[in-house]
Each structure stands twice: as structure tokens, then as C-alpha cells.
Design a protein around this ligand. Structure first.
Ligand code: SAH
Length: 396
């Protein structure tokens, strides 16, 4: 097994539990590991730090999978991790249940399986590989996932961009079992069905489950704007919570069409209006027309994809939140989400504060939500807490 030796001054975060070994932290590599081979990571004196898979073309050439020197990272050890991920979700989160049959069963680093993201949609498993090490072990990983979930079909939803960065062939589509045309599941009792050709990421955003539940609780008799709606999940739960009128906006025609079909089958079509539009345009147009909502939800895609984009990202969040705030009626609520890992909680909150200045109102934070617990975060891995959801009262 090859050994990766770290530079002095780059050891502490890894020692303390951060799972990423950046290229600039590496002093030398003993041996000639092939892409995806298991490597041992040591400090400058040769002390064992951990073991992971070798991703030579990545800016993160090793993601630590184990810190146990006795763990060879063989198929059995990967299987134990998959079993553990399933077992604690069953024991502590009650997932799956009759009410919720869609959830994340493996969340990369948070489950000790960097490179693997796996979501269960009823009887279908949707898997993303994000490292060449995980991709090379696809058969055994999928085998373990099928064994613990009993899923009949498996689809791969790996990102093409990530596959190219890691140096493997991008592939999406059915890996095992019958040809599935759509992902069918329930979230807290609501039946959802998403055609595979519409699916973004693994198919659906389970990470917002708890934040949607909060909006459902607040929605009775309210008017709600669901901006960046995808298939309108916030809108559907607001409708179930008794919202009077909901407008859902997304730029994807397929997502909007799917949302409208879901609203019709749930019996909410008369209260949710689905609009295909660029949110930035739509917010400005509605503000100019004097429209106001009791609740405005903003759930944009990553506006600060990496730390390098942070400055531009802050500006984009500020502009978007100011536009959203102009649509909240006096005493109403702004629900402002960010899925940019680089944008930390306090940073987002400060940015919303600046947006309030721009929009001429005051905001007071009531709740701060994050990704649902089937997306766990290692304590020493702040980047893992990517989703923030700030619920704030707006006063003019
Ligand atoms: N709120 C959704 C998830 C939103 S993901 C949920 O709870 O499931 C972000 C969405 O923003 C995607 O559906 C994408 O199609 C949409 N989007 C990206 N840029 C946009 C823009 N400029 N205007 C409108 N929608 C946009």
C-alpha cells in the first residue's frame, strides 16, 4: 500500500478530523498508487493519520475514509459502513417509515463514505459517485446498498463535471433492476413522483424536509411565494398547511410541469400557481406591480460555489434577498436558504441584514434551519454544513 506524507504545518486539520487532504498539503508519495487505490496518510514523522482512496487528478487527492490503522478498507469494511448508515437512520430518525419513503441513506463524509451519495426513493436507489475510488468500487457499494435497503432498481446520477475532474467516465441511467421512468416516494405522507428526465441532482432535495415542515406549520391562511421551487415542494407543503394562495417560480419548464401535475394529484391545483420564469425578473416585476406575500421563500442554487466565489456570491445573495424582502408584507416572513458551503451561517445572516438596508426594512431572525439529519455533518468538517435556512420576521 502506498503512503502519502503530509507537509509540516498541514497536519492539524486532518489530525483533528477534517476528512480532506488537499494537494498542497502533500509532501511526498511513496509508491505509485493507481487512481482509486487505497493509500495510507502519515504526518511528517511517519505517524499514521488515516487511510483513503487516491484521486490524483483532484484538488483533494485523498479523502480520509478510516482512522483505524487496522482497517484495510476492503469490501467488508465498506459494507459495515453502509449497514451502520442504514441502522442509525432506522433507529434514530425512523427512516424509512410509512409516511416517509424518500431519504438519504449515505451522505458521503458524514457517513464515513466519502465519494458516495445515495438516496432511497421508495423501491429505487439513486447513487452518485464523487471520487474515482468510490466509482471503482461501484459494484460492491451498490451491492451493499441493495442488500440493506431491499431496493429493486438502482439508477446512477453522478455529475458529469465531477466525473471529469476525478477522471472517470460520466454515466447516468439504470445500473440494476427494471427500467424506471420516475422516482416514486412519500415525504411526510405526501406522495411525490418525479420523472427521471426531470430529476436534478439525485432526483429531489430531501435536505429541505424539516424546513418544509416548518413552512407547512406557518402557512394557514397565508399567501406564499416559493421562489426557485423546482417541483414546488415548499409550495405543496404550504398548501397542505392551509395556505390561501401560493405562487411557485422556477426557470425549468420540466420542473414546473411536474410541480403542476403533483399539485393536481394532491388536490391543490386551485391554490398553487406554477410560473416558469427567471426569479430575478419575476421578483422585480411583482414588486413593481405592488404584489406582496405573507411568506417569501428563496431557495436559489449555489450562488457561491467555492470560497473563491464568496465575494461575488455575497453580492448575489444580497441582491436576491433585497428583491425578496420587497415582496414581503409588513410583519410577514422571509425564508432565505443558501446551499453554498462556502457561505457560512453568520455570513448569510449578515448579508440578509445588508439586504434589509437596501430594501428599507428590518429583519429579525426567528429560526435557523439546516439540512435534515439524514445528511449528517462531521464536527471537524464545517464545509459539510452546506444548507442554511433563515426564517426572519420583516418589519417596515
Ligand atoms: N426549493 C426546491 C429546490 C430548489 S433547487 C425544493 O425544495 O425542492 C434550485 C432551483 O432553482 C432549481 O430547480 C433550478 O431550476 C432553479 N433555478 C436556477 N436558476 C434560476 C433562475 N434564475 N430563476 C428561476 N429558477 C432558477
Amino acid at each position: 500500500m502506498s503512503t502519502v506524507r503530509l507537509r509540516a504545518g498541514h497536519v492539524q486539520p486532518v489530525w483533528a478530523g477534517h476528512p480532506w487532504v488537499f494537494a498542497q498539503a502533500i509532501e511526498s508519495v511513496d509508491g505509485a498508487p493507481a487512481p482509486g487505490d487505497v493509500v495510507t496518510v502519515v504526518d511528517p514523522r511517519g505517524n499514521f493519520l488515516g487511510r483513503g482512496y487516491w484521486s490524483p487528478s483532484s484538488a483533494i487527492p485523498v479523502r480520509i475514509v478510516t482512522r483505524d490503522p487496522g482497517d484495510p478498507l476492503d469490501a467488508a469494511s465498506v459494507g459495515r459502513r453502509v449497514e451502520a448508515a442504514a441502522a442509525w437512520r432506522r433507529a434514530w430518525l425512523g427512516l424509512p417509515s410509512d409516511e416517509t419513503t424518500g431519504y438519504r441513506i449515505v451522505h458521503g463524509e458524514g457517513d464515513g463514505l466519502p465519494g458516495v451519495v445515495a438516496d432511497v426513493y421508495g423501491e429505487t436507489l439513486s447513487v452518485q459517485f464523487t471520487t474515482i475510488g468510490a466509482k471503482r468500487r461501484q459494484e460492491e457499494i451498490v451491492g451493499h446498498l441493495v442488500r440493506v435497503t431491499g431496493c429493486r432498481a438502482v439508477v446512477e446520477t453522478s455529475s458529469e463535471r465531477v466525473a471529469r475532474l476525478e477522471g472517470f467516465e460520466p454515466h447516468t441511467g439504470v445500473l440494476r433492476g427494471p427500467d424506471v421512468a420516475s422516482l416514486e416516494f412519500r415525504e411526510r405522507g405526501l406522495a411525490l413522483s418525479i420523472p427521471l428526465e426531470v430529476a436534478q441532482k439525485t432526483g429531489y432535495y430531501f435536505d429541505q424536509r424539516d424546513n418544509r415542515a416548518r413552512i407547512e406549520d406557518l402557512a394557514r391562511d397565508r399567501t406564499v411565494l416559493d421562489a426557485f421551487s423546482y417541483v414546488g415542494a415548499f409550495a405543496l407543503f404550504a398548501a397542505r398547511g392551509g395556505a390561501r394562495r401560493i405562487v411557485a417560480i422556477d426557470s425549468s419548464p420540466a420542473a414546473i410541469a411536474t410541480g403542476a401535475a403533483l399539485a393536481a394529484s394532491a388536490g391543490y391545483a386551485d391554490r398553487i400557481e406554477f410560473v416558469r420564469a427567471d426569479v430575478r425578473r419575476a421578483l422585480a416585476d411583482m414588486a413593481a406591480a405592488g404584489e406582496r406575500f405573507d411568506v417569501v421563500v428563496l431557495d436559489p442554487p449555489k450562488l457561491a460555489p467555492t470560497v473563491k466565489d464568496l465575494e461575488a456570491g455575497r453580492k448575489a445573495y444580497r441582491r436576491l434577498n433585497a428583491a425578496g424582502l420587497r415582496l414581503v408584507r409588513d410583519g410577514g416572513l422571509l425564508v432565505s436558504c443558501s446551499c453554498s458551503a462556502a457561505m457560512r451561517q453568520d455570513d448569510l445572516q449578515r448579508t440578509i441584514g445588508l439586504a434589509a438596508r437596501d430594501a428599507g426594512c428590518h429583519v429579525a431572525v426567528l429560526w435557523v434551519g439546516q439540512q435534515a439529519p439524514d445528511h449528517p455533518v462531521l464536527a471537524s468538517f464545517p464545509e459539510g454544513r452546506y444548507l442554511k435556512c433563515v426564517v426572519a420576521r420583516v418589519d417596515r
